[in-house]
Design a protein around this ligand. Structure first.
Ligand SMILES: C[S@@+](CC[C@H](N)C(=O)[O-])C[C@H]1O[C@@H](n2cnc3c(N)ncnc32)[C@H](O)[C@@H]1O
Length: 285
């Protein structure tokens, strides 16, 4: 049986429940722009609310689920990602969609003089991060937590040396706005590095799809009593631009020296870029 047929059969019953939990709302006003929430089309305002709901629900089990879903491999990806960052002394770093602090704590251990701002739209995730910081003896004078939307950053222009974002950008409604904001708040010469799920090597796709669509939502149900949120997380990966498309978005927002590196056959990738002068930004067509 084809993986797509298997997936359809497994998910048929679940689809109805998913639609009831994340219903689409309609209004008599002019239609608002739509986007995707996993495989469902929703209006843009609705997407932000739904994403918020997902992470508010998973916050307390987020770290446990990451270990279970990736069989611990997310730790290796994150170690590699942070290990490859160029962090100047006393750097000002913004870790956006920083969630429970996984990336910020690694950066703090690697560069204890850096000042790291952990930004996230979801206070529940940040609260778990703050609790972890005090348990893990992180020096809080070098770390601050800010509840903010990556699409509208509450920071001045040309402020940070480094912008990081790990497994967060695919949840944002306007990926281009996030990149534009990252560009704005970075100093000239500042670096951006984004770790995100990506397009896996074609030959491994059937296996990867079977695992993600059939096992991960069930794990979400068993470990976090929340199948729907993990169904969304799996679907959102498929809707995200592939490596080259995402690199093109970096260039369109004005980043130079843009490159990407695949991890584990492209399950995820690290995209890197540098802010040069604003005037290099391409004009929209
Ligand atoms: C999968 S978690 C990643 C957390 C952490 N960076 C990590 O690698 O473990 C995604 C995070 O993105 C955050 N997020 C989603 N949309 C956002 C937005 N528009 N602005 C800021 N954070 C956002 C969520 O609240 C969540 O904490």
């Amino acid at each position: 049986m084809k993986p797509s047929t298997l997936r359809m059969l497994c998910n048929l019953n679940h689809r109805a429940k998913y639609a009831r939990r994340f219903p689409r709302t309609f209004s008599a006003e002019a239609p608002r722009p739509t986007t995707h929430f996993g495989f469902t089309d929703v209006d843009e305002v609705e997407k932000e609310k739904k994403v918020h709901e997902v992470f508010a629900n998973v916050a307390k089990k987020y770290d446990l689920m990451n270990d279970a879903m990736s069989m611990g491999v997310h730790r290796l990806w994150k170690d590699y990602y942070v290990g490859g960052l160029q962090i100047p002394r006393e750097a000002k770093i913004l870790d956006m969609a920083g969630g429970t602090g996984d990336i910020a704590f690694r950066m703090h251990r690697r560069a204890p003089t850096a000042h790291i701002t952990v930004g996230d739209i979801n206070q529940n995730m940040l609260d778990v991060g703050k609790e972890r910081a005090s348990n893990e003896n992180v020096n809080l004078s070098h770390l601050n937590f800010v509840c903010a939307n990556a699409e509208h950053l509450p920071f001045s222009d040309d402020f940070f040396d480094l912008f990081t974002m790990s497994f967060g950008i695919r949840n944002c409604t306007h990926v281009d706005k996030v990149l534009a904001e990252a560009f704005r708040v970075l100093k000239p010469g500042g670096q951006i590095a984004i770790l995100e799920f990506s397009a896996i090597n074609e030959s491994l796709k059937p296996l990867y799809d079977a695992y993600s669509f059939n096992i991960i939502p069930v794990m979400g149900q068993i470990l976090a009593n929340d199948r729907d949120s993990y169904q969304y997380l799996v679907e959102s990966i498929r809707k995200f631009p592939n490596q080259q498309e995402f690199a093109n978005m970096f260039m369109k927002e004005g980043f130079s020296s843009v490159s990407y590196e695949n991890l584990t056959f492209g399950i995820c990738s690290i995209h890197r870029g540098k802010k040069m002068a604003r005037s290099l930004k391409l004009q929209p067509e």
